[in-house]
Ligand binder design. Structure first.
Ligand code: UDX
Ligand code: UDX
Length: 457
């Protein structure tokens, strides 16, 4: 039996450790966090995050070999393996502000591990970090005069919110990077043995530390790049009467390109893509690779343009003024099946609409509390309405900003009847039946498709 500890009970730490505990009943898994409210929620029936399948997994292991606690020091002392999953946001101050990763929580955690350790341990980097962070971690941990040796292993997470449990149960691959020394190899093997309990061995990839750290940033950069690429082409479609869905289908059938992650949208969000690309850009600049940095930065610029373009399309279509007009935002989460709103394009759209003095109504099945917190003072200008029918009543326009399947199943005939005419739909996720909406009487604007309007001239 091993004592496994995870520091950081967030979107990553909580689901990851729950799946490990469920699949490794022989190990004891403890998840700790400085946030006592979060830990209390993990201990309750109201988990702090919405994630399909999470409740079942937690219920199956909690109290048996899965524990949530605020006692960080004692659990560090008892642990054999420590996963570190604390947040590493983009730095907002000093050198590298707006780009580099803020590693203060990370370093604080390393020092806390050192302070409370009386036995050697394996420390696993789960948080996304700039390449070569493990070296700093090793230097801090092994600077001790207790005669203790720490092995640092990189094991980045690739789970996507909304499918986190499925991704963990059945991953495309698990990546584990470590030192090429005998003790480093032993540490890699210890982590391989955990995942090998349920992941086929050929899907567990082992590399050196730096390849593993860098691969995480690169995976997210490539995924985000695909979205910015398809969104760039969507804009060209809107000018040329090509249809982005048809183009995506046609190019995705080339097995070298593949069909996934080609959904044009109002933009990508989430806690990782922007932060990780900024981090990559900062690293490239640090190594004087300015052209490489500019190349990747364009992926973010394209995304910001996509959000801004969506709003400007709304304003233009609605006769160049939306001041005082009620606009219903369907979805505020950054994607479907999550309560997470971090970097959600819907929030960016909401803020811009407020600047235009529109009356914004937000409806979302799970993400409204997070949205309220993110909007801060601006939340007072927004109406939060759980029922989409009520949100749309007396509105001039609906904007679909999250691809919740339930938004495609509403009675748009009834919705149209309750709205101010001419009524508009701006489908930022291309999930609705545009032809049908047009027949009902809506003026429909989608991403990468010609608009369908009912204006005669
Ligand atoms: C985090 C990182 O942000 C991301 O870079 C990485 O890829 C995975 O881990 P996430 O789990 O989504 O992502 O972050 P968040 O939900 O903010 O959780 C981090 C938790 O760490 C928070 O609950 C926070 O309270 C906790 N924390 C932070 C500590 O316990 N100790 C600290 O010193 C700092
Ligand atoms: C991402 C990575 O997928 C995951 O491997 C990593 O561990 C963390 O970052 P996540 O941010 O949870 O996961 O969601 P993801 O499914 O990647 O979607 C990110 C954003 O891109 C969402 O806003 C989503 O709506 C958008 N998206 C995705 C599109 O606009 N079009 C697509 O085709 C796919």
């Amino acid at each position: 039996m091993a004592n496994i500890l995870c520091i950081g009970a967030g979107y990553v730490g909580g689901p990851t450790m729950s799946v490990i505990a469920k699949n490794c009943p022989q190990h004891r898994v403890v998840v700790v966090d400085i946030n006592a409210d979060r830990i209390a929620a993990w201990q309750s029936d109201q988990l702090p995050i919405y994630e399909p399948g999470l409740d079942e997994v937690v219920r199956c292991a909690r109290g048996k070999n899965l524990f949530f606690s605020t006692e960080i020091d004692r659990n560090i002392a008892e642990a054999d393996i420590i996963f570190v999953s604390v947040n590493t946001p983009t730095k907002t101050f000093g050198q590298g502000a707006g780009r580099a990763a803020d590693l203060q929580f990370w370093e604080k955690t390393a020092r806390q591990i050192l302070e409370n350790s009386t036995s050697p341990k394996i420390v696993v980097e789960k948080s996304t970090l700039p390449v070569r962070t493990a070296q700093a971690m090793e230097r801090i941990l092994n600077s001790n005069d207790k005669g203790l040796h720490f092995d640092v292993v990189s094991n980045p997470e690739f789970l996507a919110e909304g499918t986190a449990i499925r991704d963990m149960e059945n991953p495309d691959r698990v990546l584990i990077g470590g030192r090429e020394t005998p003790s480093g190899q032993k540490a890699i093997q210890a982590i391989v043995d955990i995942y090998a309990q349920w992941v086929p061995r050929e899907r567990i990839v082992t590399t050196n530390l730096w390849s593993s750290e860098l691969s995480k940033l690169v995976a997210n950069a490539f995924l985000a790049q695909r979205i910015s690429s398809i969104n760039a082409i969507a804009n060209l479609c809107e000018k040329t009467e090509a249809d982005i869905a048809e183009v995506a289908h046609a190019i995705g059938m080339d097995s070298r390109i593949g069909p996934r992650f080609l959904r044009a949208s109002v933009g990508f969000g989430g806690s990782c893509f922007k932060k990780d690309i900024l981090n990559l850009v900062y690293l490239c600049e640090h190594y004087s690779l300015y052209e490489v940095a500019a190349y990747w930065e364009q992926v973010i610029k394209m995304n910001e343009y996509q959000e801004a373009r969506f709003v400007s399309k709304m304003v233009t279509a609605m006769f160049n003024t939306i001041a005082g007009k009620r606009i219903a935002l369907f979805g505020i989460a950054f994607k479907a099946n999550t309560s997470d709103t971090r970097e959600s394009p819907a929030l960016a759209v909401c803020r811009s609409l407020l600047e235009e003095q529109a009356k914004v109504v937000i409806t979302d099945p799970y993400a409204m509390d997070n949205a309220r917190a993110d909007l801060g003072a601006a939340a007072e200008q927004v109406i939060f309405e759980p029922d989409p029918y009520v949100a749309a009543k007396d509105a001039h326009a609906i904007a679909i900003l999250t691809e919740w399947p339930r938004f495609a199943e509403l009675d748009y005939q009834a919705i149209h009847e309750s709205m101010v005419k001419p009524a508009f739909v701006f489908d930022g996720r291309n999930i609705l039946d545009h032809k049908e909406l047009h027949t009902i009487g809506f003026n429909v604007y989608a991403i990468g498709k010609p608009p369908r309007t009912n204006f005669v001239n």
